[in-house]
Design a protein around this ligand. Structure first.
Ligand code: GLN
Length: 294
């Protein structure tokens, strides 16, 4: 029988020994997950004995799984994004905090766009495409926060779409639907969107081998690989976006921190204007937006 504090310390020590960078946080998050204790109840009960030996065994088992570089989110099956709890597994990219910058910018732009439409007494609905939706995190967060708009999420992977659909149901997002499509191949060309938003795969193929094991071995290659120069999806999506957006609509991307200038040029060459780059919390270029000539 061990005290909770000793169990947590043991987990922390094992992770530290295995050189897991965020050993403190990960030991806690797994503890919270297994023992269903929040910070407050932990502080109240940390010196108590744990009487459930199977939970202790489970905790150590999950700590060992984490030592084998399985991402924490694949162990718990959860990742928070924009305040919503998303289910994740090995079939999609795990939502990243950096991507919240794109979601926030998109919300800001969409709100202004809607204000302007209503000022012009334009009642036609606003429609959004989340291209390469993965878990659906960007599209679902936007759909939840703006219930009056209509969102479509597209992805080429059936398994990713299963995850997205599960998230849609879990979060009761009724104004989003998903379609299987390789970029726009399977999207009706008569539909014009007000916004196309995307965090596409953007790692250069040759750089994938240098990524952390958690990412390299456990996240899907197709969710990472942006081809030789990392820009494949920006070229493809931007090339199509002119035909898929309404006049005055917006294209908004997350990019790698060293890709913003190249992506801006791709958009400029395709006739986009008002091109802007926004930084993430680390001060790195992260979001590129542009407007289809108006
Ligand atoms: N749009 C999803 C996300 O941002 C998936 C991105 C991807 O697979 N590259 O998490």
């Amino acid at each position: 029988m061990s005290r909770y504090i000793d169990i947590l310390n043991r987990g922390r020590e094992i992770l530290k020994f295995c050189e897991i960078e965020d050993f403190d946080t990960d030991a806690w998050l797994l503890f919270e997950y297994v023992f269903e204790m929040n910070r407050t109840s932990y502080f109240l009960h940390q010196l108590d004995e744990n009487h459930n030996i199977s939970l202790e065994n489970k905790y150590i088992e999950l700590i060992k799984a984490r030592c084998s570089r399985l991402p924490l989110q694949h162990i718990t099956g959860h990742q928070e994004f924009m305040g919503f709890d998303f289910f994740v597994n090995e079939n999609t990219l795990i939502p990243r905090q950096d991507t919240e910058i794109l979601a926030e910018k998109a919300l800001e732009y969409i709100r202004k766009y809607m204000d302007l439409k209503s000022a012009n007494s334009d009642n036609t609905g606003v429609s959004i495409m989340d291209m390469c939706t993965g878990t659906g995190c960007i599209g679902i967060a936007i759909a939840k926060l703006l219930p009056n708009i209509r969102v479509t999420g597209a992805d080429v992977s059936d398994k990713a779409l299963e995850v997205a659909e599960k998230n849609r149901k879990n979060l009761s997002a009724d104004n989003i639907s998903f379609v299987k499509s390789d970029i726009f191949d399977n999207i009706d060309s008569n539909i014009k969107y007000d916004f196309i938003i995307s965090n596409p795969p953007y790692i250069k193929t040759g750089d994938i081998k240098n990524l952390m094991e958690e990412v390299r071995l456990h996240e899907p290659f197709i969710a990472l690989d942006g081809s030789e120069d990392g820009l494949y999806f920006y070229r493809k999506i931007t090339g199509e976006a002119g035909k898929r957006l309404k006049e005055g609509g917006y294209l908004m991307y997350e990019t790698g921190c060293d890709q913003a200038q190249e992506v801006s040029s791709i958009m400029k060459d395709a006739g986009f204007c008002n091109i802007k780059v926004f930084k993430d919390l680390a001060g790195l270029d992260r979001v590129v937006t542009g407007r289809l000539h108006h």
